[in-house]
Design a protein around this ligand. Structure first.
Ligand SMILES: C[S@@+](CC[C@H](N)C(=O)[O-])C[C@H]1O[C@@H](n2cnc3c(N)ncnc32)[C@H](O)[C@@H]1O
Length: 268
């Protein structure tokens, strides 16, 4: 058993990147979806709510022409991301431009692909705020550009519960804590904790105050924001028909599962 990590010694951003993010697959999804819809290859990507800029770094690694703009209001993950994700890229790091600015700030250069991952755009708690953000994104995209967001849903996503996921190498357990959910306005308080084999715990390593948004209402907001079309990419199932297979395809009919993650892709 790997007992390397303890609450006292572990770096919360290392744990987050390991447990939460699948940056390589996400970037392939962004690149391939644009290519499938538009024929050509995208070059300029914008990562909103970028945190440690992991996605941006994978984007520039994908092709020597690729560039990004990465926006987050918190200097701490940006600095960590510079030291741990950008610096190892050497000269290629110049193709990632970090901005400690609000996600609603217009881009320096219109992106072919703009994304907001891991539900972070749920900081916008009213329809008016979400519509304003989506309208800004629509206007900001390059001709033929796409906007990609992920979301989670299903009855389990609106319950107060804790979900534990042990890492394959047993080095730590990731805990997603849906701590408080107000069914009237959809406001929710979420936390991430990490538990370690020595019994220690990093409590509230990350906390979020979000509104829980549903698929149909987000699709409506895409349309109202002026996107010419919006598609839902739904996850396929494994051979056993029980669990997701990690392959997302355009779908207009999904299965009413207890919990799911999906993508919405809006075209300018
Ligand atoms: C859940 S983390 C997402 C990190 C990363 N994008 C990912 O996929 O895992 C949310 C991030 O959004 C940032 N954030 C919150 N409100 C923001 C805003 N209005 N504009 C830009 N960044 C914001 C926070 O600082 C935090 O780093």
């Amino acid at each position: 058993m790997n007992k390397r990590f303890t609450a006292g010694s572990a770096d919360k951003y290392v744990l987050y990147q390991k447990a939460v993010q699948s940056a390589e697959q996400d970037v392939e999804f962004l690149f391939n979806t644009y290519k499938a819809l538009r024929g050509g290859e995208p070059t300029h990507m914008r990562e909103d709510f970028c945190g440690t800029c992991l996605l941006s770094c994978y984007w520039v690694k994908l092709h020597h022409r690729n560039t990004t703009e990465s926006y987050d209001i918190d200097p701490e993950p940006l600095r960590w991301g510079y030291d741990h994700n950008l610096a190892p890229l050497g000269n290629d790091r110049d193709r990632v431009a970090q901005y400690q600015e609000d996600a609603r700030t217009p881009s320096r250069r219109s992106p072919d692909v703009r994304c907001a991952q891991n539900f972070s755009y749920w900081v916008f708690k009213t329809r008016a705020e979400m519509l304003d953000y989506f309208k800004g994104v629509q206007a900001d995209l390059a001709e033929g550009g796409i906007f990609v967001v992920d979301l989670h849903g299903g009855p389990e996503s609106i319950q107060e519960l804790e979900e534990e996921t042990e890492q394959d190498d047993e080095s730590f357990t990731y805990v997603w804590d849906q701590d408080k959910v107000n069914p009237i306005n959809g406001h929710a308080q979420m936390h991430i904790h990490f538990r370690f084999p020595d019994g220690s715990e990093m409590t509230n390593a990350f906390s979020y105050e979000w509104r829980l948004w549903g698929l149909p209402e987000l699709i409506d907001i895409f349309h109202d924001a002026g996107f010419s079309s919006v598609d839902c990419y739904w996850e396929g199932t494994d051979e056993d028909g029980e669990s997701g297979n990690g392959e997302f395809e355009v779908s207009t009919e999904g299965e009413a599962c207890l919990s799911y993650v999906a993508y919405l892709v809006g075209q300018k």
